[in-house]
Write a new protein. Structure first.
Length: 157
C-alpha cells in the first residue's frame, strides 16, 4: 500500500490558485439512504452547517477553520476556497467529521431527528437504536460501491 488517499465520494481533487482553492469532482449516481441525491449542493450544505452554529456544538469545527467558503461549480464539482493553504486538509476531509449530510432530510426533519436517525451514503443504513443495548444497520442495496454481502450489522453494547 502506498498510503495515499483513495477516491470515494470524491473521484478526483486538485489544488488550484497557489493552494488556496481545493476542487473536488464528485462521484455521480450516488444517493443518500433516503433517496436524496448526493451532489455539490449537499457538500456545500454540509460545510455551511459544519462551519456554522450546528458545527460549533461539536469538536470538529476547528478542523476546518482553513475553509473560508464552499462554492458549487456544477452539480458534481465543488470548490473549497481556503483562507490559507492547509497541508492536512485532505486528511481531515477524509475523516468521519466531514461526513456529507442530506440537506432536504435535515431541513424537513430537523437536526435532532438527524442525530437520532442518521442518513448517509454508505453500504449500511441506520435501522434502529436501543440505548445501552445495540444499534442495527441494514444493507443498502443501492450502495454505489456494490451490494454489501451482509444483510445487516448489529453493534451490541
Amino acid at each position: 500500500a502506498d498510503l495515499k488517499l483513495q477516491p470515494g465520494l470524491a473521484t478526483k481533487w486538485e489544488y488550484l490558485d497557489d493552494n488556496k482553492r481545493l476542487r473536488f469532482t464528485l462521484r455521480q449516481g450516488v444517493k443518500f439512504h433516503n433517496g436524496e441525491p448526493f451532489n455539490a449542493e449537499a457538500v456545500k450544505f454540509t460545510f455551511e452547517r459544519l462551519l456554522g452554529a450546528e458545527g460549533a456544538k461539536g469538536p470538529q469545527k476547528s478542523n476546518y477553520d482553513s475553509i473560508g467558503e464552499v462554492k458549487v461549480v456544477d452539480e458534481y464539482t465543488v470548490d473549497f476556497i481556503l483562507k490559507q493553504p492547509d497541508p492536512v486538509l485532505l486528511t481531515k476531509l477524509a475523516g468521519y467529521g466531514a461526513m456529507i449530510v442530506p440537506p432536504k432530510y435535515i431541513q424537513e426533519k430537523g437536526e435532532e431527528n438527524f442525530n437520532t436517525h442518521p442518513v448517509g451514503t454508505g453500504p449500511f443504513k441506520f435501522e434502529s437504536y436501543q440505548p445501552k443495548v445495540n444499534v442495527t444497520l441494514a444493507r443498502n442495496d443501492d450502495y454505489w460501491g456494490g451490494k454489501p454481502k451482509l444483510d445487516k450489522v448489529v453493534y451490541r453494547f
